[in-house]
Write a protein that binds this ligand. Structure first.
Ligand code: GDP
Length: 445
């Protein structure tokens, strides 16, 4: 599963290795290649389009990270977009307030419904539930028997029409099963419905009738991950014909290209809730979009590395700032600005900071830190030359006027910022001394 797609994607990312930065042309070329890879994997066209638009926009956008190189950035974005297309978070089954909870399974014949019914029952039993399996697939020869065998293996009761009672009516069986569940204290009813090889009116009408008499809490649409482009029409037919609340992907262990898995969430608008991965009853799991995305990318270790690089970078940045702050005089106007901007991002933390011992003055610094004021400070500092930012002592009369004009402020504003900066610098020095940092006194210019 996904082997070809994984290979194609790593080839594309490899081409980006060693690039210092990505041009628009690089991004376009990469997007085009990813698009081809997805289409070849049988992902539905509208899904591919949404995906590529999003990836392109984000690659172009302001997400320039200093921690990651361009190849890593693209991998990170593609990974996040894959997770999004697969549904983001996993969703849990919604259980009825008044048991029994009714779970109805729908899908084409051969999709893996009956097998799934057994798997789901075993899994729910493991969670402490008392499920009841209901054989409402009276179309396919042997479906009832197959369910009985599965039920026996899972240790779960199967409700089915009496042998020899004729064909039986799946709608009646479904209705009666609810009363049976209540009588026998079964808290979850799993109804296995009939499928056809293709979608047809009669089958949809029967599924809709079963839905109407059982009023299910969940209608799970079981789809064979191997069906490729047909996934879209099938999913749409079930979405419109029966209405579904969740999707189960079956046969994820096969060597399919993966298109159905990537399309079905987008097409149905419903989350993929479970994955069926083999013929054994235990080959079943809750579906996790993030795990699936990292499997598609086939680079779990690279993703971990990206995460670590980002964390380490953040920590280094903080460390560098602390050193500077405590270094007293080496604390420049550029740092001052960086610090003000960082504090603003912290929001209410600024208040807490003001309450800390020795930080009283900081509180005054922060008091008028509204957006307008900060814009002004930013403009003033950005209008200074590097030499002025490094050593504001050289900012005398004519320089002050030039800065005021350059930033659209007054000389008075500039004076205020410079005075405030000297105060902050003094405070940093004191704090450095207070904390016993030798660096606080060493840093002289
Ligand atoms: P139904 O017609 O929808 O009830 O489908 P079945 O449950 O009878 O499954 C059809 C075939 O697919 C059976 O041979 C199952 O053993 C097989 N099958 C079901 N789920 C899986 C799966 O997750 N992986 C594999 N490899 N085979 C499966």
């Amino acid at each position: 599963m996904f082997d070809t797609l994984s290979e194609r994607l790593s080839g594309i990312f490899n081409q980006l290795r060693g690039k210092g930065r990505l041009t628009d042309a690089d991004i376009d070329a990469t997007a085009r290649q990813i698009r081809m890879a997805l289409l070849e994997a049988d992902v539905a066209l509208p899904v591919v389009k949404t995906f590529i638009d999003q990836v392109k926009q984000r690659c172009r956008g302001a997400e320039v990270s200093k921690a990651l190189n361009p190849a890593q950035q693209v991998i990170k974005i593609v990974n996040e977009e894959l997770i999004a297309i697969l549904g983001g978070e996993s969703r849990r089954l919604s259980l009825a307030k008044n048991p029994p909870t009714v779970i109805m399974l729908a899908g084409l014949q051969g999709a893996g419904k009956t097998t799934l019914a057994g798997k789901l029952a075993l899994w729910l039993k493991g969670q402490g539930h008392e499920p009841l399996l209901v054989a409402a697939d009276l179309q396919r020869p042997n479906a009832v028997e197959q369910l009985r065998v599965l039920g026996e293996r899972a240790g779960v009761e199967v409700y089915a029409p009496e042998a020899g009672s004729g064909v039986g009516d799946p709608i009646q069986v479904s209705r009666d099963s609810l009363a049976h569940a209540t009588r026998h204290a079964r808290d979850i009813v799993i109804i296995d419905t009939a499928g056809r090889l293709g979608i047809d009116q009669e089958m949809m009408a029967q599924a809709a009738a079963i839905r109407d008499v059982t009023n299910p809490d969940e209608v799970l649409f079981v789809i064979d991950a191997m069906i490729g482009q047909d996934a879209v029409t099938t999913a749409e037919a079930f979405r419109d014909g029966v209405g579904i609340t969740g999707v189960v992907l079956s046969k994820l262990d096969g060597d399919a290209r993966g298109g159905a898995a990537l399309s079905v969430r987008h097409v149905t608008g419903q989350p993929i809730m479970f994955a069926s991965t083999g013929e054994k009853l235990t080959d079943f799991d809750v579906f996790h979009p993030d795990r699936m995305a990292s499997r598609i990318l086939g680079m779990g270790d690279v993703l971990t590395l990206i995460e670590q690089a980002e964390t380490v970078f953040e920590e280094e940045q903080k460390e560098r700032m602390t050193q500077k702050m405590l270094g007293g005089e080496s604390f420049t106007l550029t740092d001052f600005l960086e610090q003000l901007l960082a504090v603003r991002k912290m929001g209410p933390i600024a208040n807490i900071l003001g309450m800390m011992p020795g930080m009283g003055q900081m509180k005054d610094q922060l008091a008028d830190l509204d957006d307008k004021h900060l814009d002004k400070v930013t403009a003033i500092i950005r209008s200074m030359t590097q030499a002025e930012r490094d050593d504001p002592r050289i900012i005398k009369g004519s320089r002050r006027l030039r800065i005021a004009n350059g930033s659209g402020t007054t000389v008075n504003d500039v004076n205020q910022i410079i005075t405030r900066f000297f105060d902050a610098q003094k405070m940093m020095k004191q704090m450095g001394g207070m904390m016993g940092m030798a660096g606080g006194r060493k840093a002289t210019k």
